[in-house]
Write a new protein. Structure first.
Length: 278
């Protein structure tokens, strides 16, 4: 047993075990919510309003008698699903702009792309998302697009820096010496090695995206009631915290633990990547 634990901790640090297991459970709830509960997340029961946690309702009920645990389980699909979609948009466009700026042979192209990135960076992502949603209207697609645009600049800057670092590396210079053309060098060497930062950036980004989604949903900009999204659940519970604290505290704990888990895993991945490059 000690040997098995030692082998496991040599691959996965002990402090990452809990976040990984927690996210496995949460992601399972995203895909298979009926494995955790057979209740309907929007079904009301006015005879059981604001009931405290019990054996029948593990996280209690809300002001409409809806099972809070069930709403948390189904809410994971919205919060995490939207968060993943937001990161996908930021990642795709951020990588394209970063590689374009970093690998551009012309300084003009690099300057134009960087000025566009600077323009995006001049607004906080949440503020930019509020402006975009205000112009386009609320709803899940607009929310995804707004937060996705707000996250492009961060990915683009880091990918650009990595691309420039790789271009001046010895093995790229050697490939040019051997007569390998520029396009082949970019495809075979520069781009693959520049994207090594993407996995941990995306993992950290998911946590931030979930926080952004929940924050905007709390303000009423995201999925509308009775959709059981975590931010909207917290928004609905704020008027009942004095009499039914569980309707806000338990979903809030789940939200915070999810964000922390993604961030801890991403930071650990980042540290491992940076040690490998040293």
């Amino acid at each position: 047993m000690q040997t098995s634990v030692a082998k496991l901790t040599s691959v996965i640090p002990l402090y990452l075990v809990a976040p990984i297991l927690y996210l496995l459970v949460v992601l399972t709830a995203v895909v298979f919510p009926r494995w955790f509960t057979s209740r309907d997340p929007i079904a009301t029961d006015l005879l059981n309003v604001n009931r405290p946690p019990s054996s029948q309702h593990w996280a209690g009920t809300d002001y409409l008698g809806r099972d809070v645990f069930t709403r948390i389980i189904y809410g994971a699909r919205y919060s995490i699903g939207i968060g993943l979609a937001v990161v996908a948009i930021s990642l795709i466009f951020g990588v394209l702009l970063g590689v374009l700026a970093g690998a551009a042979h012309s300084r003009i192209v690099d300057a134009v792309v960087m000025r566009a990135i600077d323009a995006l960076s001049s607004f906080p992502s949440i503020l930019l998302a509020l402006v975009i949603v205000g112009l386009t209207g609320s709803g899940i697609p607009n929310l995804i697009a707004a937060l996705g645009i707000g996250g492009i600049a961060g990915f683009a800057r880091i990918v650009r820096a990595e691309t420039k670092r790789v271009i001046i590396s010895e093995y790229v210079e050697q490939s040019r010496t051997f007569g390998v053309n520029r396009v082949t060098t970019l495809i075979r060497h520069v781009i693959p090695n520049s994207l090594g930062v993407v996995p941990y950036m995306a993992t950290i980004g998911v946590g931030g995206a979930i926080m952004g989604v929940s924050g905007l949903s709390f303000l009423g900009i995201g999925p509308q009631a009775p959709t059981p999204e975590w931010g909207s659940i917290l928004s609905e519970s704020r008027d009942y915290l004095n009499t039914a604290w569980w309707t806000g505290v338990i979903p809030g704990i789940v939200l915070v633990l999810t964000i922390i888990s993604f961030t801890v895993i991403g930071r650990a991945w980042q540290s491992s990547f940076e040690r490998r490059d040293v």
